[in-house]
Design a binder for this molecule. Structure first.
Ligand code: GLN
Length: 199
C-alpha cells in the first residue's frame, strides 16, 4: 500500500485524506520536510496559491518538493494545487512562485470575477464512465500545454467551453476542479493507481 501525503498548509485537507484512504492508499498530512520525505506521492489541495507558495517557502518545503518532483514522485494538484504544479502562471502576484513540473501555462481566477464558482459536466476519457460533476471555485484553467502534456478534459458547454481543466504529464496530474467535494472518488482512485504503477 503506497503512502500518499496531503499538503496540509491550507485547504480541504481532511476531505482529501478520506478520499485517498477510501481509494486504497495510506494517507497522511505533510507539513514539514521530514513528512515529505516519508511519503511516496503528494496531493496538493485547493486553497489560495499565493498563500500556499509563501507557506511552502517559509516551511522550507519548496526546494525539497521541487527535488522530489524532478525525481519522479507522483503528485496531484486540484485548483490552487494545479497552479502550483504549473511551470508558468498568468495573473499571479508579482513575486508568486510555483513548484512547477507540468509544462503548461495556467491562468489564475480564469473564469472571471462574476463567476466565483460554478458547476459543470466534464468527461475524462482516461477515467471513463459517467461525466464528472465538476465544481470550480475561483478556478484556474490551462491556457497552453507543452508537447509532453496530455489534455484529459475540457469544459463542455457555456462561455468557457473548450477550456482545458484536467491534464497529466508523466506522474503529475492536475484538475481545475475540486473532486473532494462531490463524493465522486474516481479522480482520487485514478491518482492512487498512478501512484501504485510508479512505486
Ligand atoms: N483562486 C485560487 C488561487 O489562485 C484557487 C482557488 C481554489 O483553489 N479553490 O490560488
Amino acid at each position: 500500500t503506497p503512502t500518499i501525503g496531503v499538503l496540509a498548509l491550507q485547504g480541504d485537507v481532511a476531505e482529501h485524506l478520506r478520499a485517498l484512504e477510501r481509494g486504497g492508499a495510506k494517507a497522511q498530512r505533510v507539513r514539514r520536510p521530514e513528512e515529505l520525505a516519508a511519503v511516496d506521492a503528494l496531493l496538493l489541495p485547493g486553497g489560495e496559491s499565493t498563500t500556499i507558495d509563501k507557506l511552502l517557502r517559509a516551511f522550507e518545503l519548496m526546494e525539497p518538493l521541487r527535488a522530489r518532483i524532478a525525481d519522479g514522485m507522483p503528485a496531484y494538484g486540484s485548483c490552487a494545487g494545479m497552479i502550483l504544479l504549473a511551470d508558468q502562471i498568468e495573473g499571479g502576484m508579482a513575486d508568486q512562485q510555483t513548484i512547477g513540473g507540468i509544462d503548461m501555462v495556467v491562468r489564475r481566477n480564469a473564469f472571471g470575477r462574476q463567476v466565483d464558482s460554478f458547476e459543470g459536466e466534464v468527461q475524462i476519457e482516461q477515467i471513463g464512465g459517467e461525466p464528472f460533476r465538476a465544481v470550480f471555485i475561483r478556478a484556474p484553467w490551462v491556457e497552453k500545454t507543452g508537447g509532453e502534456v496530455d489534455v484529459l478534459a475540457r469544459v463542455e458547454s457555456g462561455p468557457a467551453a473548450g477550456r482545458i481543466v484536467a491534464v497529466r504529464q508523466g506522474n503529475l496530474l492536475a484538475t481545475s476542479f475540486h473532486p473532494e467535494v462531490t463524493g465522486d472518488l474516481r479522480v482520487h482512485d485514478h491518482f492512487v493507481s498512478i501512484v501504485k504503477d510508479a512505486t
